[in-house]
Design a protein around this ligand. Structure first.
Ligand code: SAH
Ligand code: SF4
Length: 413
């Protein structure tokens, strides 16, 4: 059930964080099924092929939330669909608005109890630009990469999302927008999880979103963000898709990036940027680099110049994002004058740069960092130990020394 009026607290209650793991519903999610798979299935039931098209229309044009919404199907077939598939893989959603209604955070519970998030951001029309409605979605429950400034990283990895679980976040947001006569214009994979570590499902989702017979969103309106999974970037380049690749860089120097993005210990920054550069050359589309600026950590002139040297002459665009504070770190956002100075260094080097204002800060609704509240307050000594470790590690990095810690486990080859 979706309700805009209910508060987030029931799902966020720390008592519920020790939630019993429900057995996973074995029925595949219907939104993850392709037209040819559906055709085979309806024909196997002795039904005409066009029934598959009717199912797809109900799912993608009418954004069906339950089997009753498959209105063009005969009742018996509706029952068979429900026996075989889950029409919506999201069991419950709670919404909370902020920014005067411009940002809407959604907390979703999946059938096995896993909690994920999506964030819908409304951008009113401006001269020369139509209004936009951008949805930030999750690709995994939790994340194995463990970036210390990210609340999802702090939670650790729970599981990959199924294709339908990714897509049903989009269908849910589109349904809410449709109730106001509006349409979703952009989708960004910047919620929980590392999309390139769940690449097959992410690619299947992008295909469904871009397919004119399903969601029909132009691939150019889709952005996939990665913390730097080099083999994944190479695979994307080989496939030549037209969506935007965003790379979360955060630092151009290896010692610091080892701390901020632990995956850097496996794929160092030069390799990440090489792979992104090849992607830009092969697709002719510029890569977007994300840099979350943390006061006194990665926002110095030395860092700005290192980044300028790394990206000079590339088909690139840099997004500077003030860090959203999270409970388990002592870190804060860089002050705006520092961010502007950082931007100037990049602009002087001829690199397209924008500063992104964080949305929904008061409800912690920046994509990729909604999870801390849901896990409940960590114990004070645990937070203190974590803060100490982060400060010590970053101090070593700021002296220019590389850490000898291993890359995060379970991130694949
Ligand atoms: N795992 C992928 C995509 C999800 S994170 C990735 O890291 O790219 C999406 C973005 O949110 C990343 O650029 C990440 O660095 C950023 N982010 C995470 N925590 C943040 C915080 N506390 N403040 C600002 N940005 C944050
Ligand atoms: Fe994972 Fe991205 Fe968060 Fe890093 S920033 S822990 S890669 S979700």
């Amino acid at each position: 059930m979706t309700s805009a009026s209910r508060p987030l607290l029931p799902l966020l209650d720390p008592m519920r964080s020790a939630r019993p793991q429900a057995p996973r519903d074995p029925r595949p999610g219907l939104s993850g099924v392709t037209r040819s798979e559906l055709e085979r299935w309806v024909e196997g039931l002795g039904e005409p092929r066009y029934r598959a098209r009717q199912v797809l229309d109900a799912m993608w044009r009418n954004l069906a939330a339950s089997a009753e919404d498959l209105r063009t199907l005969p009742a018996a077939l509706r029952g068979q669909v429900e026996q075989r598939y889950r029409v919506d893989t999201i069991a419950a959603t709670e919404l909370q608005a902020s920014d005067g209604g411009l940002t809407e955070k959604a907390l979703h519970r999946l059938s096995d109890g896993a909690l994920i998030e999506s964030v819908l951001m409304h951008y009113p029309a401006r001269p020369g630009q139509r209004e936009r409605h951008t949805l930030c979605i999750s690709s995994q429950a939790g994340c194995a990469v463990g970036c210390p400034f990210c609340a999802t990283g702090e939670l650790g990895f729970e599981r990959d999302l199924e294709t339908a679980e990714i897509l049903d976040q989009v269908r849910g947001a589109a349904r809410r927008l449709a109730a106001d006569g509006k349409r979703l214009t952009n989708v960004v994979f910047m919620g929980m999880g590392e999309p390139l570590l769940n690449l097959d499902r992410v690619l299947a989702s992008v295909e469904a979103l871009a397919d004119p017979q399903r969601f029909g969103l132009g691939a150019r309106h889709i952005t996939v963000s990665t913390s730097g999974v080099v083999p994944g970037i190479r695979r994307l380049t080989a496939l030549g898709p037209q969506f935007t690749l965003a790379v979360s860089l955060h630092a151009a120097r290896d010692p610091l990036r080892d701390v901020l993005v632990p995956l850097n210990r496996r794929w160092p920054v030069a390799e990440v940027v090489d792979a992104a550069r090849e992607h830009a050359t092969a697709t002719g589309r510029r890569v977007s680099y994300e840099v979350t600026l943390i006061s006194g950590v990665n926002d110095t002139d030395v860092d700005a110049r290192a980044l300028a040297d790394l990206l000079r002459g590339d088909l690139a665009h840099v997004n500077l994002i003030p860090m959203n504070p999270v409970a388990h770190t002592p870190w804060e956002a860089s002050p705006m004058d520092r961010i502007e100075r950082f931007a100037d260094v990049l602009l002087d080097a001829g690199i397209a740069t924008t500063i992104r204002r964080n949305r929904g800060q008061e409800i912690g609704a920046a994509c990729g960092q909604l999870a801390a509240a849901r896990a409940g307050e960590p114990a004070a000594p645990a937070v203190a130990r974590r803060r100490e470790r982060i400060v010590a590690e970053s101090a070593v990095a700021l002296r220019g020394e590389r850490s000898h810690a291993a890359a995060p486990a379970g991130v694949g080859e």
